[in-house]
Design a protein around this ligand. Structure first.
Ligand SMILES: N[C@@H](CCC(=O)N[C@@H](CS)C(=O)NCC(=O)O)C(=O)O
Length: 257
């Protein structure tokens, strides 16, 4: 069997979800962080994409569900009908709910180093117009926080209220991993604090304990605070370099560039 290929990048939230879930499940893979390789495999031009034994698949939740089913990831994608339906509920909501953490806060503040939105992909209209709305606001930070705050409140109350994990499961699932990738980055970048959301803050600490958390998130740690310190192309470049180097050191991972 051919080795699993991930077309993914540590600066991309849905990519990190796929990389991390594969590591938790001790899957060896080749990582292709180069965008040309992504375009060859996803006509939509977005990452992450996988190639598993000749089968090409995009969209992070679809990838995670497929890999979990094929490689029996157990509790990460529960088989029990009701638990699974809650994981699926979260994953369907994710794109237009939690994803706003990236589109309204992270991306506008990261992409300033390019002087605007580098993606000219007409199929990324929803992503790009969401980012542009904040970038062109009088106070992008305030505007982003205004939009993301109710999302945090909703996840804290409705998904986590009284539960340890997003889908109300006894163990972490792929819903937690997807959700964590959107939200935890905001704290690392100083874009948002979770002081008003104690359930969410405790959940972030819980998810951090999953294996391979630290190497997968070196990019975020290196990038650090982009609110009180200016983000620059050099800073962004160093964070990417460090993020890829940390993942390259993990046994069973081969970076192909
Ligand atoms: N719904 C997709 C979102 C993928 C996505 O937004 N990928 C971003 C990187 S984080 C991308 O490739 N952006 C470039 C573009 O859209 O042109 C998923 O869950 O996989």
């Amino acid at each position: 069997m051919l080795m699993l290929k991930l077309f993914a990048h540590p600066a991309s939230q849905p990519s990190r979800a796929v990389i991390w879930a594969c590591l938790i499940n001790q899957m060896d893979f080749e990582l292709y962080p180069d965008s040309a390789a992504v375009n060859d495999n996803n006509p939509r031009g977005q990452l992450p994409v996988i190639e598993d034994d000749g089968w090409i698949l995009s969209e992070m939740p679809a990838i995670l569900c497929y890999l979990a089913d094929k490689y029996s990831w157990g509790e990460l994608y529960p088989r029990e009908l009701r638990l699974r339906s809650k994981v699926n509920q979260y994953l369907h909501a994710h794109h237009c709910l939690t994803r706003l953490a990236t589109l309204k806060l992270m991306a506008p503040h990261v992409l300033v180093v390019f002087g605007g939105i580098p993606s000219q992909n007409p199929l990324s209209y929803v992503n790009n117009s969401n980012i542009a709305q904040v970038m062109h606001a009088d106070n992008p930070l305030e505007e982003g926080r205004r939009i993301v705050n109710p999302v945090l409140e909703f996840i804290d109350d409705e998904y986590l209220g009284g539960h340890d994990f997003v889908a109300g499961s006894p163990e972490a699932t792929i819903a937690d991993i997807a959700c964590y990738e959107e939200l935890a980055q905001l704290e690392a970048a100083n874009l948002m604090r979770f002081d008003d959301f104690p359930g969410l803050a405790a959940w972030v600490e819980r998810i951090k304990q999953l294996p391979w958390h630290d190497p997968v998130h070196v990019y975020n740690q290196k990038l650090g605070d982009i609110v009180t310190e200016e983000n620059t192309l050099a800073r962004f470049g160093h964070a990417i370099e460090a993020g890829l180097a940390a993942i390259a050191k993990i046994p069973g991972v081969k970076i192909v560039s």
